[in-house]
Design a protein around this ligand. Structure first.
Ligand code: NCD
Length: 306
């Protein structure tokens, strides 16, 4: 059974194949692709809030001619509320559908339960662990915007400790050549130690910047993230998000060719005054998620994920 649980499963070959397919699906005529997943049924089970991820996955299935059943707010509205284990949920739902897309608050629980699913499971965000499909669409966005996914200087700002999108994206960088990172984050919200070691082992250069300006100065990509307030134990720990975020006043130090990415939602980071700037790529990034997820669903449902 080929689940999608971590970006570690995707080498350069698989990633390039997904990007090429996403690029085709973006411009394909609707009539040409609307039977690609005909007869397929996908369940989306979301135990944590979501707008982009759930709706882009569901739109992707429908655009390819498949169908969706959904448990939104599954922690409250499914039998998980009664104490049912995730393994049992997978056994049951897996008997009804061809694939399960799940967002869950516990990376460990999701990992443990996956082997019980009789159909492929796609991790759509697991606690503060990984968010592999976000990282794939982030890489797709970098490729579309800059024409390459190597030889990059990347400023990563915000919550690097709990931000699962950062964890997955940085892991993807370990397979690319000549990547330099400049990190700027609130005290106590730096990268987990194991991820720092993975970067070092893979030859990804990591520097800690002393200010937003310093992080941005020679960046090709700015990856801005939200402070994951829901995962912090003491809310007082939360600093002013905008202190660790790109603001309109910083645009003058950002190279003209650079691109600003954010997995969204933004809550205080990234002043809307930045939106009209050509370097602001976050809305295009969100749209790219639809095509990338279409490409991934095709591979998962046709059993082509190698
Ligand atoms: C992210 C997530 O859920 O991890 N959102 C998303 O999927 N685009 C980022 C976040 O919530 O900060």
């Amino acid at each position: 059974m080929r689940h999608v649980s971590t970006v570690r499963q995707f080498g350069l070959t698989e990633t390039t194949r997904l990007i090429e397919r996403a690029e085709y699906l973006r411009t394909a005529k609707r009539a040409e692709i609307q039977k690609n997943l005909a007869g397929m049924l996908v369940a989306t089970l979301f135990y944590e809030p979501s707008t982009r991820t759930r709706l882009s996955f569901e739109a992707a299935v429908y655009r390819l001619g498949g169908q969706v059943i959904s448990a939104e707010n599954a922690q409250e509205n499914s039998s998980s509320k009664k104490g049912e284990t995730l393994a049992d949920v997978f056994r049951i739902v897996g008997a009804y559908v061809d694939a399960i897309v799940i967002r869950h608050h516990s990376a460990a629980e999701l990992e443990e339960a996956m082997p019980y699913a009789p159909v492929p499971v796609i991790n759509a965000g697991a606690g503060s662990g990984e968010h592999p499909t976000q990282a794939l669409l982030d890489v797709y966005t970098i490729w579309r915007e800059l024409g390459r996914i190597d030889h990059l200087s990347v400023a990563v700002l915000g919550d690097l400790k709990y931000g699962r999108t950062v964890h997955s994206l940085l892991r993807m960088f370990t397979m690319m050549s000549n990547i330099s990172l400049k990190l700027y984050y609130p005290e106590g919200l730096g990268l987990p130690g194991d991820l720092l070691s993975e970067m070092a082992q893979a030859g990804v250069r990591v520097e800690h910047a002393g200010s937003v300006e310093e992080a941005l100065a020679d960046a090709d990509v700015v990856y801005q993230t939200r402070i994951q307030a829901e995962r912090l134990e003491a809310l007082e720990e939360v600093c002013a998000a905008s202190d660790y975020a790109i603001q309109a006043k910083h645009l003058s130090v950002l190279p003209a060719h650079a691109r600003i990415l954010h997995p969204l939602p933004r809550v205080g980071e990234i002043d809307p005054a930045i939106d009209p700037d050509a370097r602001a790529a976050y809305f295009r990034q969100a749209e790219n998620g639809l095509y990338l997820r279409m490409a991934l669903l095709e591979q998962v449902l046709k059993g082509e994920l190698s």
